[in-house]
Design a binder for this molecule. Sequence first.
Ligand SMILES: [Zn+2]
Ligand SMILES: [Zn+2]
Length: 246
Amino acid sequence: MVDGGLSGEASYRRPTGLAALRRSLLDLLFPPRCVVCRTRGDWLCLRCRPQLTLVDPPVCPRCGAPLAGAPCPLCAVERPPVAGLRFSGFHEGALRHAVHRLKFSGERYLAEPLGTLLATSWRQAPLPGEVLVPVPLHRTREASRGYNQAVLLARVTGRELGLPVLAGGLVRTRETPSQTGLDRRARLTNLRGAFRWTAGPCPERPVLIDDVTTTGATLAACAEALRQAGARRVYALVLARAHSGR
Ligand SMILES: [Zn+2]
Ligand SMILES: [Zn+2]
């Protein structure tokens, strides 16, 4: 159903200005490796590039899936967790490898090309959001990883789109048990009250930024916390969406 709306072409632009200079110095010291085959040179080599399948417009204005008819069959099955969702691709192939390496292998530089992919998805089908809000990790998780990948992505995307990033306002107040193996309803229960806005007045139209969404439970719980703090409409921009459910 979705295959018609995916393309094998990776469209991302190189960083400019100071970011480009820093990137090229880092590349000299630590040449990036392909996220799939580990060849040195670029984050995704030419041979593996066809493994990057991105969502192409037109997309459903609500859930961001490749448009497969009206009304959207995905939205008909389940309401999206936010007023509008955009995602760059599905959680498979090169994108899945890249997310895994950004999160678990400390390959922070991947935030640059991946944040650019997010910006491209937004430009192709913009939503009326005004400020980027990365989905927070619990502070103990962030301390052990050393960074929050959603913050790294949001910084690059914000720079590309000219949108401000508000990191630290939305906090995760408790560490939740692993979501793996839980269905959407169980995940929602698991996450209830796990997020809180702590930074004064909440922007009216925030855009949540995250690396992966599976059932959408995390986005729904974050959106709920933002609405309680005064947000009118909450949007989300996510790198990879799992195929099954949201
Ligand atoms: Zn490769
Ligand atoms: Zn839809």
